[in-house]
Each structure stands twice: as C-alpha cells, then as structure tokens.
Design a protein around this ligand. Structure first.
Ligand SMILES: Cc1cc2nc3c(=O)[nH]c(=O)nc-3n(C[C@H](O)[C@H](O)[C@H](O)COP(=O)(O)O)c2cc1C
Length: 180
C-alpha cells in the first residue's frame, strides 16, 4: 500500500467531514452574531460539555469574551447557503442576523440563556462558556450545556430519519442521510 505524505498542517482535513453548525453569540453593543463552525466535538456527557475550536480573529471570539454564552445550531442540507454566508462574512462587517431575518429566518428563544437559536435548524444547544484554552491558531472554547432541543420527529436516543449537513473543506459540503 502506498501512502501520500502530507504537510502536517493538512492533518485537520483527514478528520473531516464534520457536522456543520452555527454558533450564535451576543454582540458587545447589543444584538446577535452567527458564525459557521464545524470544528466541534463533545468532551463530557456528565457534566455535559462541548468544545468548539474558534479562531481568536473571529468576531465571535470577541463576542464570547464580553458575553460568555452561545448557542450551537445544528444545520441541515437546506442550510448550506446560510452556512456559506455565515462562514465567509464577519459580523464586524455585516449584521448577519439581520440579513437572515430579512430572508424570513426567525430566532428561537431559549429559557436558560439570552442568546437565541435559529428557527428551522435541526437542533439548538444552549451553552455557558466554561473554559477558554489555548489550542494554536484556534482557541478551544468549552461550553457547558444548559439547555438543548431537537426537532421532535428527528431524534429518538440518536438521530433518526434525517439528513445532516457535513463539511470537508473549500466549498465542499455533503449531505448524509441517517436511517430511521
Ligand atoms: C463550513 C465552515 C466551517 C467553519 N468552521 C469554523 C470553525 O470551526 N472555527 C472557526 O474559527 N471558523 C470556522 N469557519 C470560519 C468562520 O465561520 C468565518 O471566518 C466567519 O466569517 C467568522 O465570522 P465572525 O467574524 O462573525 O465570527 C468555518 C467556515 C465554514 C464555511
């Protein structure tokens, strides 16, 4: 068997595709921001904690430093355009939430944190920032899950009968069907 040697900086791509989410945060001056994130993983079930790798250059990181809570919205294939938009434009330059609202997307309120989710996404996980570790060119943001909700017909112990959206670099997205 022949292996191709890659530059170590390419290793991250060998661990993708990864599920696509939106990270919603509160902006320092009021209002909310949405950023696409796929470097995300559970790190503890009890207590429930999830880690997201977020570059300190993102406006999202600045938002987290002023308001230490966020929601994770799990996207489906119908949200590819939203993922692309929120993953290529910074909240420093555009009010992304306002743009989404103009397209008819509504916000969903949570009960334990102020930050909302996006209506139509498959699941919403509300987190309080627990730790912020050094990772490298990304920070490891660990959130403690305080609330979570899922579209009722799409989950019974695990995902059922649903299409999930995955990303594996560049503009490459993948839709994965989970059987019932
Ligand atoms: C599919 C996709 C996944 C992404 N995943 C991450 C990620 O996990 N962490 C990160 O820091 N940036 C990620 N990005 C890049 C940010 O979403 C992008 O830089 C965004 O414009 C930052 O927005 P903000 O400045 O409003 O926070 C991703 C982009 C795309 C398109």
């Amino acid at each position: 068997m022949k292996y191709l040697s890659l530059h170590p900086s390419q290793a991250c791509y060998l661990l993708m595709p990864s599920i696509v989410t939106l990270i919603i945060t509160q902006k320092p001056g009021g209002g909310y921001n949405a950023m696409t994130a796929c470097w995300i993983m559970p790190v503890s079930r009890i207590p429930p904690r999830i880690a997201v790798a977020i570059s300190p250059r993102r406006f999202t990181y600045e938002c987290l430093k002023t308001n230490p809570e966020f929601t994770i919205c799990v996207l489906g294939p119908q949200h590819e355009e939203i993922a692309d938009y929120c993953g290529s434009v910074s909240g420093r330059d555009e009010n992304k939430i306002e743009k989404l609202e103009q397209k008819g997307i509504k916000l969903v309120k949570l009960s334990k944190i102020k930050t909302p989710g996006i209506e139509g996404c498959l699941a919403i996980i509300g987190c309080k920032l627990w730790r912020d570790y050094e990772g490298g060119d990304h920070r490891i943001i660990v959130g403690e899950v305080v609330e979570c909700m899922v579209q009722e017909d799409k989950f019974r112990d695990t995902w059922r009968d649903v299409e999930l959206l995955y990303y594996y670099g560049g503009t490459r997205y993948l839709s994965v069907r989970v059987p019932s």
